[in-house]
Design a protein around this ligand. Sequence first.
Ligand code: 13P
Ligand code: SF4
Length: 311
Amino acid sequence: IDPTLKLVDEINRLKKEKNAVILSHYYVEGELQDIADFVGDSLQLAQAAATTEAEMIVFVGVHFMAETAKIINPSKKVILPDLKAGCSLAESAPAEKFAAFKQKYPDHQVISYINCTADLKTMTDVVCTSSNAVKIVESFPKDAKLIFAPDKNLGNYINSQTGREMVLWDGACMVHEQYSVEKIIELMDAHPDAEFIAHPECEKPVLLLAKHIGSTSSLLNYVQQSPATKFIVATESGILHQMKKACPDKIFIPAPSNDSTCACNDCSYMKLNSLQKLYICMKHELPEVSLPKDVIDKARVPIERMLEISK
Ligand code: 13P
Ligand code: SF4
């Protein structure tokens, strides 16, 4: 690519030419959020994908998100800048192993966090995201026997909020498991005026310290409503872009991780996206998400249930 090429202009031109919509998650780089037609959390992006009239969906996030968009729009072309943008949570629940696990609980229904593979969704009764997990769980009768997969931290948190005892699959997000309780406490001591807020994918000891726990969109709403002017934020650092845009006079500090040598509160999968890859993907309409028809047909049912309950 010519280094002088104005990527942003070119991407916008291709978007019009191909009647495409760009959906970006809060965790991708700021410039990829700014170029999007819609920026949001997992639920908002699934809802945007379900209602778009564009012919082509360009998903700037990770693979399971693009896959979800394809499942609800089988006739549309869904592309993403890098096919290798996976997710440690989705990888933590391979379909065959989950099928064997599920067999041990034949009278249980399955609620799956959207951060999972399409194959896992085919074994699911209702999908949820961190925004609507409590609502989805509460939509089942109090005595319903439930399996929650694949995030044990979110599952534990939802159990604590709803008084349920869902059976949990033992999966976790590598980004949200990296936070150091000790370092967070030190930072809170150094900034007594700061509020500590966290995503429910974090481990319980981290969540116990938090003033507010919520999905990315919930955290973003919270910092705008709170009278506090300083926040320590325990989730992927991409969200800070929108927080700073919404509240330019407030201060946002990424929560510290256990490993000071790496940017562990960056999701290496989300960060595989770049403007250049976005441009190339839109130009060549590749890589494209494709799934067998039977997988699409089965996986669509629990996603549509989620969208219906979330209305
Ligand atoms: P939400 O966008 O639902 O907060 O989820 C965060 C996440 O981990 C997406 O990968
Ligand atoms: Fe998956 Fe965690 Fe990255 Fe979200 S932040 S995409 S859950 S690895």
